[in-house]
Design a protein around this ligand. Structure first.
Ligand code: ZN
Length: 136
């Protein structure tokens, strides 16, 4: 079951510059940065009520975020739904002929298992499922 919108992922060229905006102009505070080697990104998390903002900066030109920035520029990259059953959500989507980017969840930022659905199947929104590790 999907339980909430967990976070919104935003692609940026510079984590430092974008962090300054979120902290100074919006008054949110950064509650952690992390490098996710598997995705070749550095992330910074902010809390806005129940929903988190995840800033994503590429650490290499091969990073999916680098490719996104090249094609589309900075902006909203994905929406992440929190779920209590990530495998079940993937099965459900697959059963409806939704194209999965990841058939098997992998370790994302913030100690979560994550998997993505292809934006071609989701009306243009790169869609992430995420679940705290150890929940399933
Ligand atoms: Zn995410």
């Amino acid at each position: 079951m999907i339980t909430k919108i967990d976070h919104i992922g935003i692609a940026v060229h510079s984590l430092e510059a974008a962090t300054a905006y979120y902290e100074n102009a919006l008054g949110l505070s950064c509650h952690g940065t992390e490098e996710v080697a598997s995705q070749q990104v550095r992330t910074a998390f902010f809390e806005a009520g129940e929903v988190h903002i995840e800033l994503l900066e590429p650490t290499s030109n091969e990073s999916p975020i680098a490719k996104f920035l090249e094609k589309k520029g900075e902006g909203i990259h994905h929406i992440a739904f929190g779920t209590d059953d990530i495998a079940g959500q993937l099965d459900k989507a697959k059963g409806q002929d939704v194209r999965l980017i990841h058939e098997v969840p992998f370790e994302g930022a913030a100690d979560k298992l994550v998997a993505f659905l292809h934006p071609k199947s989701t009306y243009g929104v790169l869609t992430e499922f995420c679940m705290p590790k150890g929940e399933n």
